[in-house]
Design a protein around this ligand. Structure first.
Ligand SMILES: Cc1cn([C@H]2C[C@H](O)[C@@H](COP(=O)(O)OP(=O)(O)OP(=O)(O)O)O2)c(=O)[nH]c1=O
Length: 190
């Protein structure tokens, strides 16, 4: 089995791959994440995932490298991580009582080139009061997460319904990723 590298600083992605019993090491990409204006969310997350994977692969060409990216799409808006409390509050007010889509893109880079795929998960929120939003912001949970919430943490209280892969919302579509990695000879090991 070739060495397998997760090109991510996200603690969630690390935990998910560990959950899948896939042996890996971590190298965080340092690229500036940039995409052209006007791209569809599915394209944005795949391009960013590819940039992260190829950046790390360029210095680890004997390895298989996985990069990933998550954004929240609501109407025409693409929401990444909030830059401050005001943005987190505005995002949560906007998502309150509504359904948004979480897109997670994945790229796997090897000497043969890069493949990409993505998953879209729809998430419906209960209506949120201002007090609930303030309390949630006080937990600090919104700040390192696309869409200003974490479904896997305290943020679960907002979620009425999801349609799609739960793990893709957390940061990595796990079952699909395991299936794609198998094609590169990367398999769960127990
Ligand atoms: C919507 C949602 C997002 N998130 C997280 C997953 C991602 O870590 C983060 C989106 O940011 P990303 O830019 O996709 O990832 P990252 O900066 O954390 O890590 P790296 O680029 O090094 O791989 O939001 C949750 O943990 N739970 C959720 O419910």
């Amino acid at each position: 089995m070739k060495p397998f590298i997760l090109a991510s600083g996200s603690p969630r992605r690390k935990e998910l791959l560990e959950q899948a019993h896939i042996p890996f090491s971590i190298q965080t990409s340092t690229i500036e994440e940039t995409v052209e204006e006007g791209l569809a969310p599915a394209e944005v997350v795949q391009q960013l995932a590819k940039q992260k994977a190829e950046d790390v692969w360029s210095t680890h060409q004997e390895s298989i490298v996985l990069g990933s990216d998550t954004v929240v799409a609501f109407g025409e808006q693409l929401l990444g991580k909030p830059k401050d409390e005001g943005e987190a509050r505005a995002t949560l007010q906007m998502l309150s009582g509504q359904t948004h889509s979480v897109y997670t893109g994945v790229a796997i880079c090897s000497a043969e080139g890069t493949i990409t795929f993505y998953e879209k998960t729809d998430v419906e929120f209960y209506p949120l009061t201002d007090d609930e939003i303030s309390m949630y912001i006080r937990s600090h949970e919104p700040f390192d997460k696309a869409g200003s919430y974490g479904i896997q943490g305290f943020g679960a209280f907002m979620v009425k319904r999801i349609v799609g892969d739960y793990f893709a919302v957390v940061g990595l579509p796990l079952a699909r990723t395991i299936r794609e990695l198998k094609k590169f000879g990367i398999v769960p090991t127990l």
